[in-house]
Design a binder for this molecule. Structure first.
Ligand code: ZN
Length: 117
């Protein structure tokens, strides 16, 4: 897989974890268990910032804009559709055997897309 895409997927995963831990209900449950979600969130934010600093500005800015607009900037392709907007992708997208070796965006919503198969 393309290194930038790998980093964008990891960035997305960290954002989901940070969002989950910042969720008040989850945070309350973790405190009952004696865990400290604030410390985990701070650590995850540090990891996120470090990872984000290794991504080129163009892709990082695109990611931030998409995440701000949609909530998720990186989505998998499922049944030849972008799982973000459910648009059927053009067949040309599937012709390339090395499609995950490039940074690909959905022609409809603009999210970063990747193939799991
Ligand atoms: Zn889309």
């Amino acid at each position: 897989m393309n290194k930038v895409m790998e980093k964008l997927i990891s960035l997305h995963d960290l954002d989901v974890m940070i969002s989950d831990l910042a969720n008040k209900d989850i945070s309350r449950q973790e405190k009952k268990l004696g865990l400290y979600p604030e410390a985990a969130v701070a650590e995850l934010r540090k990891m996120r910032d470090q990872l984000a600093s290794t991504i080129d500005r163009k892709h990082r800015d695109m990611y931030d804009r998409l995440a701000g607009h949609y909530g998720n900037a990186v989505v998998p392709v499922v049944n030849q559709r972008c799982s973000g907007c459910l648009t059927q992708l053009p067949t040309a997208f599937f012709a390339s055997p090395d499609r995950n070796d490039q940074v690909v965006t959905c022609p409809s919503c603009g999210r970063f897309i990747y193939w799991c198969d």
